[in-house]
Design a binder for this molecule. Sequence first.
Ligand code: GPK
Length: 832
Amino acid sequence: KSASSSQQSANNPVSTIPELDLSKKAFKEAVVRHLHSTLGTDENKANNHAWFKAASAAIQELVLNRLRKTQKSHYLNDTRAVHYFSAEFLMGRLLSNNMHNFGLFETAQAALQELGVDLTDVLEEEPDMALGNGGLGRLAACYIDSLATMDYPAIGYGIHYEYGLFRQEIKNGAQIERPDNWRDYGNPWEICRPESIQEISLYGYVETKYGKKGQIQKEWHPGAIVKGLPWDIPVVGYGGKTVNVLRLWESQASGYFNWDVFNAGGYVDAERENVEAETISKVLYPNDETEAGKELRLIQQYFFSACSLKDIIRRYKRAHGDDWSRFTDQVVIQLNDTHPAIAIPELMRILVDRAELDWDSAWEICQNTFAYTNHTLLPEALEKWPARMIEKVLPRHLEIIYEINHRFLSEVEKKWPGDNLMKAKLSIIEESNEKMVRMGNLSVIGAFAVNGVAEIHSRLVKQNLFPEFDALYPGKLTNVTNGITPRRWLKACNPLLSDLISKKIGNDWPLHLSKLDDLSTLADNKTFQNAFMRVKQKNKDALAKEIKQLTGISVDTKAIFDIQIKRLHEYKRQHLNLLHILALYRRLLENPDYEMHPRVFIFGAKAAPGYALAKTIIYAINKVADKINADVRVNQKIKVVFLPNYRVSLAEKMIPAADVSQQISTAGKEASGTGNMKLALNGALTIGTLDGANIEIAEEVGDDNIFIFGNTVEQVEALTARGYNPYDYYYNNKEIKAVLDWLDSDYFTPGQPGELSPLKQSMLDGGDPYLVLADFESYSEANIRLDEAYKDKTRWAKMAILNTAKMGKFTSDRSIEDYVSKIWKLEKCGIE
Ligand code: GPK
């Protein structure tokens, strides 16, 4: 088998599109042409940024060629398509990705070299498109990559934020937020489409009228109209055949503001009169897994949902006129969390008020159009809007929501006659002090499919979050385990490992990731182990340089590179990692001969600007880092590094260099995780809890190749049910007490005792809601097992290889195939 496949060159271009000239000569000419005619400079004057622009423009020519062909094909074949509605798309950089997907990376590298330019430096010029917070936004980006790669007709719909996620600086250990001006020097990929502007309405009032047959008709007289200007980002599939688009809406003033309504009716606060339409798409809300509850956020959600629906309907009508009977054959809309759930009443409004369909026909269309993905069980993330706020911003939608709810509650009455508690629980409306609209309930009722994002999470969605809905709608709730694109997260970010793999098993693994399993037979092979670990070492050397440059910290590249990268959140328990670091520090101080392999603990994390404790944890990590890194008694054994401004492009540098992947959330809290998959794919070993996709990763790699610790979901439930008391652990475990008390001193914050006390407090009087203390001992033991394993080089190499080999399941291509077969029912549309 390997005889023929190993002859395939690792660097073969993947793209064989006949009509495109993918030669070095053609690329070189295109770059120079753009340098001259697009950038207005020349080879001698151009700086790296100009080269970046010119190289991108050269690639964009190919992209747009394939985009035209794709759109023509989809149009001629009148294809059914998925419309992925997401408030976030965390795309990162596109140049390297697009080069890889056209099979042009090596060609471009060589061409630029002949022009005296280093591609690596050029790639560094591209700002990340950080139009998302974390996992949810990055998942959307991986999914549109897979959809294009597998030739599925698909379009991503979102918001063209002027400012993406804030840039993080660390000053004296603390996080500072700075604006993210990602488009300051223009974006070479986006295409402005003024010909497809849409207008949407806000505010105003609803008039009840009587139609010719005496039927009640509703007319919404809006108070303001806002324009949505679409920007298209081409999404290039691997192999470069299909190019789909991500369509992002920018808000603009329409010039229409109904002053009469405002002055006469008093329907709207006076401050409303100053609303500027442009602010709608100004900034991404930096909250991850917490609901913002702000009116502007509701308007953002409605703005992009309504623009997108209009866009879909315009396209549908071009082919089918006013015949709605085929709408659900052509259109499926995936709601990425509840952020776009307002699209459900919006489609009802269009069908009932505008198209004048009867309610039941409209509802049937609606219920066959939407599917909803749930990404969390955390109560603080489940969106609820005050009914009053919806009434003010979208008065007709509130009426429609009430009508949906009224009809829904009579279904509940049929199933559970007389059960008013059940009705209160399932109702879209929460009858609290302030009436609230529950977007989760609305989504489950309005969608034909609801999925969680890992097996355990989907089980908990059924058992704990929506058990009654599961009884009412059998089969509606399902699972699609998350995935990641191996093109970005192995091929492009880890070229050394990719080439090694391709030499052994051929170069089609980026499209068929299960082929990585062929590496399993090499896990015991000494030569391959050496080659694999040599690659890891080179990646660690490269990251060490980056660390030095970004922080000034020197690290021992022979140490274990132990990495925790994800948003900062208590449930993700960066503070458990930190407590363990403090424990090691104490052990080393008390016993300088304490036996452990040198280890570098590396963090990357942004905290929501309003999340005080998360910011304290960042501060604590940095203060502990300062102390440990300067303490010659221990800094041959441990170092701590916090890399500022964690983002997609930094992840691409960190992940290939990781020996250890920290996935240590409280069991039941992390819906899936996707960083866990990226790290294991790149040969890092996981130390983790039985939570989210860790469980499925453990199933794939086997218990011998992962370090599992901590309370299980059942144990967490039992522990909290019988009354968890963190003081039990504080008083019974000397080490826990010592490290927590350390936080009260000024040891880490000289002259400022108490700065870190809120962290201690959260784990004692605060009740330790995420059971850090309950899992500490088990975590500490798992770390000892890990340390032992690392000392055995052969054993570690084997484990690392097996992690890479067994990650086939977690390609986002598999996730997309699951969505297609379970939910979307799409057919591929090959392009020429
Ligand atoms: C879940 F609810 C949310 C949210 O608001 N933002 C977000 O990134 C994450 N998520 C989950 O926390 C992860 O476990 C999961 O892998 C990711 O969504 C994608 O499903």
